[in-house]
Design a protein around this ligand. Structure first.
Ligand SMILES: [Zn+2]
Ligand SMILES: [Zn+2]
Length: 301
């Protein structure tokens, strides 16, 4: 029963993300048109950001449904790594959008054009309302995914508050440079985060050892297990930045009885439980046995 209960909430979250996706997508289109009509590059910066949001909401909606998919012979790990692909697509779209808006905003720093402040104010109010409504829809969300989205939407409300502040200022003072200034600052902030995320995504794709796993410490702990003579071919990588995989060859110092063999596996499992590892594969070897992989990793010994 608790299982069904959990699924019920999960389904609600997926439905909420779906609504947030359509709200965001509609709003992104309004912003692009509104940004052009009000001649405001600050609004266009927000449009790029919201385009990225729409994409990631759409993709997390899709994954929310896809998460239940079973592994297949071709994709034996199931859909786990799809979120990496989504992060990559999202980063490329955001970088393209940011470069386009910056190429419009940077020249305006030297030749500012007065935007229509009144129109900006209406768009900012709409932005605060739309993002606020999405935050409200996700309130009380149970999944980590929905919580992250919710926090992000709250940041977006703050972004719109800044657009509103600039627009109100422009009603009273003739400083059109405020608009490209806000735009450039916003785009640089977005690019900084995108490049940081892109770098982390690439590290995961390249199967770098996850930051929260210290292979030296793990190797030391594995070597301490009673009956272990050596550890080699120790590898760790991450599916998606959260679920990590560890594989190793474990050399037993003597022939193992079935009981000793079981005890060894329990000891290895206990060590893995101390670290954020979700998948493990160990190959057991004996000291008098030559490693099948030896010729492939001689240089690492
Ligand atoms: Zn956002
Ligand atoms: Zn080996």
């Amino acid at each position: 029963m608790s299982h069904d209960h959990h699924h019920h909430h999960h389904h609600d979250d997926v439905a909420n993300i779906k609504v947030a996706f359509f709200l965001n997508l509609a709003f992104t289109l309004i912003e692009i048109v509104g940004g052009v009509l009000t001649n405001s590059v600050a609004i266009l910066s927000d449009a790029v950001h919201d385009l990225g949001d729409s994409l990631s909401l759409g993709l997390s909606w899709w994954f929310g449904n896809k998460a239940k998919a079973q592994p297949t012979p071709r994709f034996s790990y199931g859909p786990k790594r799809l979120s990496l692909l989504a992060a990559l697509i999202n980063a490329l779209v955001l970088i393209t959008g940011s470069v386009l808006v910056l190429s419009e905003a940077i020249p305006r720093l030297w030749a500012p054009q007065m935007p229509h402040a009144q129109g900006m104010i209406w768009l900012a109010i709409l932005g605060i309302a739309a993002n606020g409504a999405a935050v409200f829809r996700l309130k009380g969300a149970k999944t980590q995914n929905a919580k992250v989205v919710s926090l992000h939407l709250l940041e977006d409300v703050l972004g719109w508050v800044m657009v509103l502040a600039v627009a109100i200022a422009l009603l009273f003072v003739d400083w059109p440079i405020l608009d490209p200034l806000l735009s450039v600052c916003y785009m640089l902030f977005i690019l900084y985060n995108v490049i940081k995320n892109l770098w982390n995504t690439l590290l995961i794709f390249l199967q770098a050892t996850p930051d929260d796993l210290d292979l030296k410490v793990i190797e030391e702990e594995l070597r301490q297990v009673n009956g272990v003579a050596d550890i080699h071919q120790l590898h760790a990588w991450s599916f998606d930045g959260e679920s990590h995989v560890l594989t190793a060859h474990v050399v037993a110092d003597r022939q193992l009885s079935p009981d000793n063999y079981a005890a060894l596996k329990v000891a290895l499992a206990e060590i893995c439980q101390r670290h954020p590892i979700s998948h493990t594969t160990f190959e057991i070897e004996y000291v008098d046995e030559s490693c099948r992989m030896a010729h492939r990793h001689e240089h690492s010994h």
